[in-house]
Design a protein around this ligand. Structure first.
Ligand code: AMP
Length: 184
């Protein structure tokens, strides 16, 4: 049996792996959805995961804000920001934030999507960006580019899970250091 692997070591990778639920054919046929609900519901494991991400945030230098991508990224970002004693910013799907906002579109496997951030809280800030899952990397890439467009410096990128076979990490080369607690 191979040990679970991730950027914070096999112990935290194993804890995350044990509390992920695979949901075949959701939200569409052929996709295996990685449900983080059991991890979020386990106080000890969720606390350890946030602590491990926090170590990476600290290793990336000073940070003013943690940014989370809608929607599950919000859950990670909120806990992380509270742990680190820094602020929080929501990277939202287009049309949800009140103006003024900045918007960026990006390609999905089929079609495209748009992300938005609020104007006025990001200029000059050092921001660490998180999400639950790194798949093709399009979402984190667009989020990081948008934060930079809004005047922020992106210090690092963190996820609970990376789907390594999709090679999303290659789309993030040169953007900021990437940290995934579990890579499958
Ligand atoms: P991508 O832009 O392809 O890296 O996709 C990442 C975004 O899509 C994240 O916000 C994830 O929440 C979501 N996502 C993509 N694939 C999955 C999956 N297999 N299970 C759960 N969430 C996923």
């Amino acid at each position: 049996m191979t040990l679970p692997c991730g950027d914070a070591g096999p112990q935290i990778a194993g804890a995350v792996a044990a509390l992920l639920r695979d949901v075949p054919d959701f939200p569409q046929p052929g996709i295996v959805f990685k449900d983080i609900a059991p991890l979020l519901a386990d106080a000890k494991a969720f606390g350890a995961a946030i602590g491990a991400l926090g170590d990476h945030v600290s290793g990336c230098g000073p940070v003013d804000l943690v940014a989370g991508v809608e929607a599950r990224g919000f859950l990670v970002a909120g806990a992380l920001a509270r742990d680190l004693g820094c602020g929080l910013v929501a990277v939202r799907k287009a049309g949800k934030l009140p103006p003024p906002t900045m918007r960026r579109s990006y390609e999905l496997e089929y079609g495209s999507a748009e992300l938005e951030v609020p104007v006025g809280v990001l200029d000059g800030m050092r921001v660490y960006l998180v999400d639950d899952v790194l798949a093709t990397g399009g979402t984190l890439r667009a989020g990081a580019d948008l934060l930079a467009q809004a005047g922020a410096t992106v210090t690092g990128l963190g996820v609970l899970l990376e789907l390594g076979f999709l090679d999303g990490r290659s789309r993030l080369t040169g953007v900021a250091p990437v940290h995934a607690l579990l890579r499958v």
